[in-house]
Design a protein around this ligand. Structure first.
Ligand code: 2BA
Length: 111
């Protein structure tokens, strides 16, 4: 069994959740925040049988679109601004489709 951790954009999360559920995957949705943009994103946890891992990943890939997003540059990129503050200049970043981790599961228990 594998645990798939997929970090996706909020805009894609509802559709992705529906499609994965229709395909019979068990999914847990978490509200998360990206460290770089400090903006909300969505993390999905899927426990899947080994032989369905590729299917789940290709569904995630097909639903999640990458987008360009304008954001204030974090202070770490501006220099000289104290921790946690933002500079005023905008930068363009590409976000999505999805950041996916696939982990091998030692045990899957429902107790
Ligand atoms: P954020 O950390 O908010 O990053 C949003 C997007 O900003 C990233 O999209 C990337 O295009 C850009 N970005 C991130 N760090 C950057 C930097 N130092 N300089 C310039 N641009 C930068 P994605 O790569 O698609 O990542 C989307 C979200 O996935 C991330 O949101 C974060 O929540 C998560 N993520 C990405 N890589 C990760 C990792 N190695 N471990 C854990 N979470 C990760």
């Amino acid at each position: 069994m594998k645990l798939i951790i997929a970090i996706v954009q909020d805009e894609d999360s509802s559709k992705l959740l529906s499609v994965l559920m229709q395909q019979g995957f068990g999914v847990t949705k978490l509200a998360t925040t990206g460290g770089f943009l400090k903006a909300g994103n969505t993390t999905l946890l899927l426990g899947v049988d080994d032989n369905r891992t590729d299917e789940a990943v290709s569904t995630i890939e097909s639903v999640c679109k990458s987008r360009k997003q304008i954001s204030a540059a974090p202070s770490s990129m501006a220099g000289g601004i104290s921790h946690g503050e933002y500079s005023s200049y905008p930068i363009e970043v590409t976000v999505g489709g999805a950041t996916v981790f696939v982990l091998t599961v030692d045990q899957f228990l429902k107790v």
